[in-house]
Ligand binder design. Structure first.
Ligand code: NAD
Length: 257
């Protein structure tokens, strides 16, 4: 087991990639704080962890709200005394152009996706310093390559890459590693929402698979296993990196047939 005696906090772990990550961290021996705005989803993830023989704690949090994040820190320390990994995974996606996005939608998307990384990192940093822990931020290939109808989302994912590098150089000398993950299309909530927002969701899904060199969409576990690697001692000299797990999406467009 690569994460024995390890405590991991994973935001947005009440579904999708976050839930798969919670399971993979637990399989490697970590105790997992499953933090989500959807408490029922978080509780279901903890049930799944316990069924694997692991230990988890479900915490309701809004990562865009400073007081809520401070409560998350308190509950984490109360339950497990320390924290080794913060995985900033929670996000929302507004499937609209800038012109069609309301001011409220814009502000919320920025506050959750980018503000959530800021707030969780800010309030967990003193505790990560004590364990020489690490932060993993969830970006996307959309941080490098944009797609239609999700302008605000792409902006937040690009900003997360910059924030990751900035935090890595600020905190590297303290022994804290900070990296981000850039997945291609993954069979989970936000991709499904994007397909549903297209005129023909099934066609959009099939076309999306073919944007990857491997000609398929990824599975949540395939991203989760990269997060486990980054949290483990195997990644001890990796910081400030934006690592793709994208089936070759960012290598270029594969032939159409
Ligand atoms: N699915 C993909 O194709 C894909 C690709 C690249 C990157 N990503 C990234 O992976 C992450 C997870 O995406 P997913 O597809 O698993 O989505 P998902 O919708 O299944 O999971 C997101 C989770 O975040 C939670 N959440 C939303 N707002 C929150 C808030 N304010 N506070 C706390 N929790 C909140 C939701 O309740 C949900 O459980 C996101 O950061 C997303 O940008 C996903």
């Amino acid at each position: 087991m690569r994460l024995k005696h390890h405590v991991a906090v994973i935001t947005g772990a009440g579904s999708g990639i976050g839930r798969a990550s919670a399971r993979e961290f637990a399989k490697e021996g970590a105790k997992v704080v499953v933090a989500d705005i959807n408490l029922d989803g978080a509780r279901e993830t903890v049930k799944q962890i316990e069924a694997l023989g692991g230990a988890g704690l479900a915490v309701e949090v809004d990562v865009a709200d400073p007081q809520s994040v401070e409560r998350l820190v308190d509950e984490t320390l109360k339950a497990f005394s320390q924290v080794h990994t913060l995985f900033n995974n929670a996000a929302i996606q507004v499937n609209k152009t800038v012109e069609n996005t309301t001011v409220e939608e814009w502000n919320r998307e920025i506050s959750v996706n980018l503000g959530g990384v800021f707030l969780c990192s800010k309030f967990f940093m003193p505790h990560l310093r004590k364990t020489q822990g690490c932060i993993i931020n969830m970006s996307s290939v959309n941080g490098f390559f944009v797609e239609p109808m999700c302008a605000g989302y792409c902006a937040t994912k690009a900003a997360i890459i910059g924030l990751t590098k900035a935090m890595a150089i600020d905190h590297g000398k303290e022994g804290i590693r900070i990296n981000c993950i850039c997945p291609g299309y993954i069979d989970a909530g936000l991709a499904e929402g994007y397909f549903q927002a297209q005129p023909d969701p099934a066609a959009a899904r099939a076309a999306a698979g073919k944007l990857h060199a491997l000609w398929r969409i990824g599975k949540p576990e395939e991203v989760a296993r990269l997060a486990v690697f980054l949290a483990s001692a195997d990644a001890s000299f990796i910081t400030g990196a934006a690592l793709t797990v994208d089936g070759g999406f960012s290598s270029g467009l594969p032939p159409a047939s």
